[in-house]
Design a protein around this ligand. Structure first.
Ligand code: ADP
Ligand code: MG
Length: 465
């Protein structure tokens, strides 16, 4: 099977965009799913987070849309507002050669009135959470009569979150001749049931938990006592130069406690768990992506599906419950040819969990005792995360306010302003934007951005702390 995008029957415009974005070859899930989806087959596909599932359905989906027809032709269901935003962003990116293409996100976070308005203007693709979608359908604001394709992204997660009834109700409101596609990181029985009820002779695709990628990760298990776990973690963090670290806890409560402990030691750390509202999540993620925060502590639920590139380390503060979860968590490090490290703390009561992981993967795991990590001075803890290179600034305007990255860059660098090299990632969301800026230029950036230099308009500009 060729991995080249050119081997697919895609329009030249689509191929050009893909090349421009920098996707050189298909990921394994794309190579298997795209041809089947282009043929119109129902597909149930499973592969790990970060394996390119979004483009795997977005590319065929976009090829089916007729932009001249001003109605919803494809529906994507995704579990959270944040994931909906990510999916919509990827669809727009890949669909950008179609100037009039409209992708709406219907996922709450603001009054439904705004959603109704965007739908009234006309749209081709709707990406939404089951709750908000169903709400709009029941109020006759979302017409599904022309839907050809329904994608359930992160289907496992949506079922975990109790969306089953809502998903079924939505599916029942779509035309029966639709193409139904399920994408998932894991494959619980509940998905099988859903598939049997709503898909027609589905093709099943399973991409193995990428053995070779896991091979590239240095895996360490640290035997520890529950009472000394945090101490062992701090010593580990201080023992290596790590720039970006994701720490998993099994419970929300532990996330809060650990963040407090790490802060006490001067670490630059934030938490991510299910209770944060959308604005808080967006700020936390933006800071972490910009490396304004170096450590993110999260639960599985909160970190699910979130794509963060270039992690140096994933740490299982709590050992994951099952081997698939272990692979799923640690697979987030060591991406893009970088060698990552995965560290997992294990208490004596949990030893059978390690046995299960060793049965599940072939890669080497070294086991050490917490006492083997060298003792470090309190001052050395600070090394983790303190040298923040970039600050993150938020601007109260986004895509819906017709703000583009170029506008912000222009405001910062225009008329002999800040050097372009001091400006990092610019992220435009629906109603907010984030810009990374070197510490030395942060003050000047605040002044320029709040001084009405963005398209001559005034917005609320804040340093995200
Ligand atoms: P998943 O949904 O499987 O978790 P995503 O769709 O979020 O994964 O993709 C993960 C990352 O990989 C994204 O940053 C995306 O832009 C990138 N990506 C997707 N397809 C390719 C490709 N063919 N080549 C290079 N990068 C890709
Ligand atoms: Mg995804």
């Amino acid at each position: 099977m060729s991995l080249r995008f050119e081997s697919l029957p895609l329009t030249p415009e689509m191929l050009k965009v893909i090349a421009d974005i920098g996707y050189v070859q298909q990921t394994p899930i794309q190579a298997q799913a795209i041809p089947l989806l282009l043929e119109g087959k129902d597909v149930i596909a499973q592969s790990k987070t970060g394996s390119g599932k979004t483009a795997a359905f977005a590319i065929p989906l976009l090829q089916k849309i007729a932009v001249k027809d001003n109605f919803i032709q494809a529906l994507v269901l995704s579990p959270t507002r944040e994931l909906c935003t990510q999916v919509a962003r990827e669809i727009r990116k890949i669909g950008r050669s179609e100037k009039n293409l409209k992708v709406v996100t219907l996922s709450g976070g603001h009054a439904a009135y705004f959603d109704v308005k965007s739908l009234e203007y006309g749209a081709h693709i709707a990406v939404g959470t089951p709750g908000r979608l169903l709400d709009l359908i029941n109020r006759d604001k979302l017409n599904l009569t022309h839907v050809q394709m329904v994608v359930l992204d992160e289907a496992d997660r949506m079922l975990d979150m109790g969306f089953r009834d809502k998903i079924e109700e939505i599916l029942k409101k779509t035309p029966t001749n639709r193409q139904t596609v399920l994408f998932s990181a894991t494959y619980p029985n509940t998905i099988e049931t859903l598939s049997r009820q709503y898909q027609k002779s589905p093709k099943r695709i399973t991409i193995d938990a990428a053995e070779d990628e896991i091979q590239a990760i240095e895996q360490i298990v640290i035997n520890t006592h529950p009472a000394t776990k945090t101490d062992a973690l701090l010593r580990f963090l201080a023992s290596r130069p790590l720039e970006s670290v994701l720490i998993f806890c099994n419970q929300k409560l532990t996330v809060g406690e650990l963040v407090t402990d790490l802060r006490k030691c001067g670490s630059s750390v934030d938490k991510l768990h299910g209770d944060l509202d959308q604005g808080e999540r967006e700020r936390v993620m933006a800071k972490f992506r910009n490396q304004t925060t170096r450590i993110l502590v999260a639960t599985d639920v909160a970190a699910r599906g979130i794509d963060i590139a270039g992690l140096d380390a994933v740490i299982n503060y709590d050992f994951p419950g099952d081997p698939a979860q272990y692979v799923h968590r640690i697979g987030r490090t060591g991406r893009a040819g970088k060698k990552g490290v995965a560290v997992s703390f294990l208490t004596s009561r949990e030893s059978e969990k390690l046995v299960a992981v060793r049965d599940y993967i072939t890669a080497e795991i070294s086991v050490i005792e917490a006492t083997e990590i060298k003792k470090v001075k309190q001052s050395e803890f600070k090394r983790v995360g303190t040298p923040t290179k970039m600050e993150t600034i938020s601007i109260s305007a986004g895509r819906k306010d017709k703000i583009r990255a170029g506008d912000i860059l222009g405001a910062l660098t225009g008329d002999v302003g800040i050097a372009g090299t001091d400006v990092g990632k610019i992220e435009i969301l629906d109603r907010v934007s984030f810009v990374a800026i070197t510490q030395s230029s942060a003050k000047q950036a605040m002044t320029r951005l709040s001084g009405g230099k963005i398209k001559g308009r005034k917005f609320i500009v804040q340093m995200v702390r």
